[in-house]
Write a protein that binds this ligand. Sequence first.
Ligand code: SF4
Length: 198
Amino acid sequence: MSDPIPITIVAEYVFCPRSAWLAFLTGAFQANEFTVEGEILHQKVHTSGEESRRGQKRWKGVPLFSQRLGLVGYADVVEDVEGTWSVIEYKRGRVADRLSDKVQLCLQAMCLEEMTARSVPEGCIYYAASRRKVAVPLTPPLRQLARHSVQETRELLALRSPPPGQPGPRCRACARSSACLVEANSRLACFRWEDWWQ
Ligand code: SF4
């Protein structure tokens, strides 16, 4: 098996391939209001431990691993409600239909299935600003897309320079924007990432 890659990098690839490359290979990260809010939310949720109520069990900050997919990561919460297992991912912000969030959740569930040999048919994303939990059915097409995304992320991480970025609204919240310089790309055409490795 090749070295495992983080589930979050695969989700980042779905969000923006350039951002995933910069994050994994250069460690580029610049905190902003969105990342700080997300970090605080996850710290609250990840206070590790197990909760048990009538017919329901919850584990927080659960480490995940998949040998088959070559992945490592965390689930914010794993829930067992009367024998039906699910994963819950916490997101800052309002309810949004983001493919990267669904792929992240799906990969967490697929890791959990491999680790426990139990089926995880559905996950949930909790949007903190809306205080709403949205169910995400883990359908065969979503699973297929998630597997492809892992493969494509591996291919991306083998590149010696990042793919071009596409400026857009997502750049506003991006923690890689200072390293990306997407707006300045044409003016920095003489910069070669290949030289950066030497
Ligand atoms: S600033 Fe925009 S194009 Fe650049 S890495 Fe971030 S999301 Fe991608």
